[in-house]
Design a protein around this ligand. Structure first.
Ligand code: GDP
Ligand code: IMO
Ligand code: MG
Length: 445
């Protein structure tokens, strides 16, 4: 049975957690394919509020196998704490599976990130400081340590000695920091490995078997297309590939299995950290969106930068991901505005273009060309059908579909699982797999 990729089309925090939780009811396997605990995916369902960082967003469904795949960088202490928190909240985590090929975030990654961000000064990226960049850098340099290394203590110690020797030279001689001793690390990580032993798996085999057995697999992205290492606003990006191509590499799945690529787009745009953001609103307008949309980082608590929907960026995200459909989230947050600006083009150095600029300098120079859409004041958070929406809200959804060039198949009208409009005739309902008999009842799908 074909697989579905669900990914962010902006700079993260589009509502991927909510969308994946909504869709996972119909899935057998949900897979995180890249990133690490820089992600913060929020789910509000079954009377719970979950903020997930590493655990895939299908975890609330006991029938779903949750896979942390090869492409993810894992801080095992954070993963275990998250699993403990979920178990304490009554969530069954026994279906979690962790790839032996996933790379580990080590204590020296956190330390290296602290000093290198400080070293960059005003050019700092504003990372989440979770060791993501340094862990992916070590992976590419082939000095990374993987989950599987923890199960051979001799090998683990050998690899750690080599890498730590180099890191300690850099930490002490370049940055004037204290050296990190090996001893505590070996004991801590061997301890984490013991606790993780029941969950480790050959996850590419697991996924292949699931797909060939006609099971439904959802590949869940973290971050978003604009934070992609290759296709995002480099260097203000994360160190992995959130785009659909990254889903294949990160999960170890061939392209032929992918049928749907669902992009998650917030009805406006936010960004955390530094970097260009052409449609960023002025502070007074941003404050309205931030307060109404509760736009504070799930992982770091930082206030998110807020601005208007950017359909130049959306068309670019559609192109680099091959989007087949869009899930438009947080439409309810706009229910207070007289007029809603939407960027339809950019003016770059005097020229108007509907395409994403070719160079980073042009992105920095881009001035959005806005079209103003009529707002609405009705509370739409209880809407369950497209017809329940005020005329202006429907027109906004239609415009996103037209300007983005991708059909909108679901609309979020609130943070709760059931606050989702996905009508008959829209492709989520039309071409998606049938709802499972075991689906949680009363969720008003
Ligand atoms: P993710 O990183 O893409 O999973 O997104 P986050 O969870 O970091 O941020 C999205 C925020 O918006 C969370 O607080 C969600 O609960 C919330 N959210 C998601 N969809 C909707 C929606 O349709 N309406 C409203 N009001 N909030 C939503
Ligand atoms: P989710 O999955 C929003 C941003 C950081 C910083 C840049 C690099 O919740 O959408 P990193 O720590 O990854 O090296 O930081 O990327 N960033 C995110 N912004 N949502 C996220 O994840 C993010 N993960 C990283 O703020 O600008
Ligand atoms: Mg988030």
């Amino acid at each position: 049975m074909p697989a579905t990729v669900v990914l962010g089309t902006q700079w993260g925090d589009e509502g991927k957690g909510k969308a994946v939780d909504y869709l996972a009811d119909r899935m057998d396997v949900v897979v995180r394919y890249q990133g690490g605990n820089n992600a913060g995916h929020t789910i509000i369902a079954e009377g719970r509020l979950l903020k997930l960082h590493l655990v895939p967003s299908g975890i609330l469904y006991p029938h779903v196998t949750s896979v942390i795949a090869d492409g993810v960088v894992v801080d095992p202490e954070v993963l275990l704490a998250e699993m403990d928190d979920l178990a304490a909240a009554g969530v069954d985590v026994s279906g979690l599976r962790l790839s032996l090929n996933a790379h580990l975030i080590m204590p020296y990654h956190l330390e290296m990130e602290k000093v290198t961000e400080r070293f960059l000064g005003k050019n700092a990226l504003g990372t989440t400081k979770r060791g993501i960049g340094p862990a992916y850098a070590d992976r590419a340099s082939r000095v990374g340590i993987r989950v599987q290394d923890l199960y051979d203590e001799k090998i683990f110690r050998e690899k750690l000695e080599v890498v730590l020797k180099e890191k300690n030279q850099i930490l002490t001689k370049v940055y004037g920091r204290l050296a990190i001793p090996i001893e505590g690390i070996v004991e801590d990580y061997v301890g984490y490995a013991e606790r993780l032993r029941p969950y480790i798996a050959d996850t590419t085999k697991l996924l292949h078997e699931a797909l060939t057995a006609d099971e439904h697999v959802l590949l869940e992205g973290a971050q978003g297309a604009m934070l992609d290492l290759d296709h995002g606003t480099y260097p203000f990006v994360t160190s992995s590939s959130p785009v659909a191509g990254g889903a294949l590499a990160g999960a170890g799945v061939g392209p032929g299995w992918i049928e749907r690529v669902m992009g998650i787009a917030k009805a406006y745009v936010t960004r955390v950290g530094a970097g260009p953001f052409p449609t960023e609103a002025d502070e007074a307008e941003a404050e309205v969106l931030r307060a109404a949309g509760d736009e504070f980082g799930t992982t770091t608590g930082r206030p998110r930068r807020c601005g208007w929907l950017d359909t130049v960026g959306l068309r670019y995200a559609a192109r680099v991901n091959g989007l087949t459909e869009l899930f438009l989230t947080k439409l309810d947050v706009l229910s207070r505005l007289e007029r809603i600006p939407v960027a339809v083009a950019y003016r770059v150095d005097g020229e108007v273009t509907e395409d994403w600029p070719m160079t980073q300098t042009q992105v920095h120079h881009a001035e959005p060309v806005y079209e103003l859409f009529e707002g609405w004041r009705e509370d739409i958070s209880g809407a369950t059908r497209l017809e329940d929406l005020p005329r202006a809200a429907r027109a906004y959804v239609d415009a996103v579909e037209k300007l983005g060039g991708v059909p909108v198949t679901a609309v979020g009208v609130g943070p709760g699982r059931e606050q989702t409009i996905a009508q008959q005739g829209w492709s989520t309902a039309a071409s998606g797999p049938p709802a499972r008999a075991t689906a949680t009842s009363g969720e008003g799908r």
